[in-house]
Write a protein that binds this ligand. Structure first.
Ligand SMILES: CC(C)(COP(=O)(O)OP(=O)(O)OC[C@H]1O[C@@H](n2cnc3c(N)ncnc32)[C@H](O)[C@@H]1OP(=O)(O)O)[C@@H](O)C(=O)NCCC(=O)NCCS
Length: 167
């Protein structure tokens, strides 16, 4: 028996208005059409300045996610934190490791910016995905866009980390 050929997945940062359009188009299919999230909640004023990535399979954009720097650290934490959100993989491409690759790319960007950690609002159904990626629950279940969510967070470096002033 021959093994199924694995699709070639590439993760790229969004650089052009065309890239952002592709990311928003994926979110439209996943959040607005599939999950019935109202369009005025799905799109927000963070999109023009956020760091977005696109996942491509055989040259087609099929997944996206974004990173936004928070103004303040979450309760009980210090330093600079980011917020991961709008993680979306087209249903035809789920459970093939693509969401993991998108999240790893957002975490790599957060580390490159020197962020101390990341928070996110996980849909309860996707809780297991984020747990596998090292995120811990934080708080209680709440509703957002009519969907149950839970806050999760992940430290990217130890709490007592002191940057080397000579570095
Ligand atoms: C959540 C989402 C981005 C995950 O993407 P994906 O490409 O299917 O995830 P991956 O294949 O990379 O999964 C990585 C691991 O998490 C697991 N996983 C994926 N989705 C899961 C889920 N809903 N519940 C529990 N585990 C899950 C996978 O089985 C895999 O485990 P393994 O490493 O042991 O094999 C995708 O399901 C999605 O787009 N959902 C709709 C939009 C959405 O709800 N986004 C999240 C908003 S908070």
């Amino acid at each position: 028996m021959t093994a199924e050929p694995q699709p070639k997945v590439e993760i790229q940062p969004v650089k052009t208005p065309g890239d952002l359009h592709a990311a928003l188009a994926i979110r439209e299919v996943v959040f607005i059409e599939e999950q019935q999230v109202p369009a005025d909640i799905e799109r927000d004023d963070e999109d023009p300045t956020a760091f977005h990535v696109l996942a491509f399979v055989d040259g087609h954009a099929i997944g996206t996610g974004r990173l936004v720097e928070r103004r303040e650290p979450p309760e009980g934490e210090a330093g600079r934190w980011g917020h991961v959100g709008r993680m979306a993989v087209l249903v035809s491409h789920r459970k093939q490791g693509i969401g993991r690759r998108i999240l790893e790319a957002l975490e790599a960007e957060a580390r490159a910016r020197g962020l101390d950690g990341l928070v996110l609002h996980a849909q309860v159904y996707a809780h297991g995905f984020y747990k596998k990626m090292g995120y811990e629950d934080w708080g209680t279940i709440f509703e957002e866009a009519g969907i149950p969510h839970i806050q999760m967070r992940k430290r990217l470096r130890p709490a007592d980390f002191e940057p080397d002033p000579a570095a």
